[in-house]
Design a protein around this ligand. Structure first.
Ligand SMILES: [Zn+2]
Length: 146
């Protein structure tokens, strides 16, 4: 169970994500939530998303890394750019992270970073200084708190 405030924020952002990614009521997209236990989870103010579009966030992130690797090996800058543009379109894990990052209003306790962590936090932000330990703890899910 999560607070009404968090549920409403998730609903707003996730509906926007689904619309932008081309899904609708007749063509829905699945999301996999799993309960968390520490920190904001104890009071229902946090949610963990482990999967989207029938794949785990770890799979989406591994795919992202290998496509990025392949793009970086291209000598032609235009080709590399088009490979990544395509991946930005098709990688639902990355799209979900960006939608949550851009459209979500997550909590930021005094002296702490904005409470959205996931496999892309170091490369995409907002908290690019995320520690190795915290990044490793979020390699297979996205954590948001409100
Ligand atoms: Zn969490």
């Amino acid at each position: 169970m999560v607070t009404r405030e968090l549920a409403e924020e998730l609903q707003r952002v996730l509906e926007q994500f689904a619309r932008e990614a081309g899904f609708c009521e007749r063509l829905p997209i699945d999301l996999e939530f799993r309960p968390g236990i520490v920190g904001h989870h104890k009071v229902g103010r946090a949610a963990d998303i482990y999967g989207v579009g029938r794949h785990g966030l770890d799979k989406w992130h591994a795919r992202w890394d290998s496509v990025l690797d392949a793009a970086l090996r291209k000598r032609n800058h235009g080709v590399a750019k088009s490979i990544m543009n395509n991946e930005c379109n098709e990688n639902l894990g990355w799209r979900l992270y960006k939608a949550l990052q851009i459209h979500g209003r997550w909590s930021q306790p005094c002296g702490y970073p904005v409470q959205i962590f996931g496999p892309w936090t170091r490369s995409e932000g907002p908290w690019t200084l995320i520690s190795n330990g915290l990044l490793r703890a979020h390699r297979d899910h996205i954590h948001v708190a409100k």
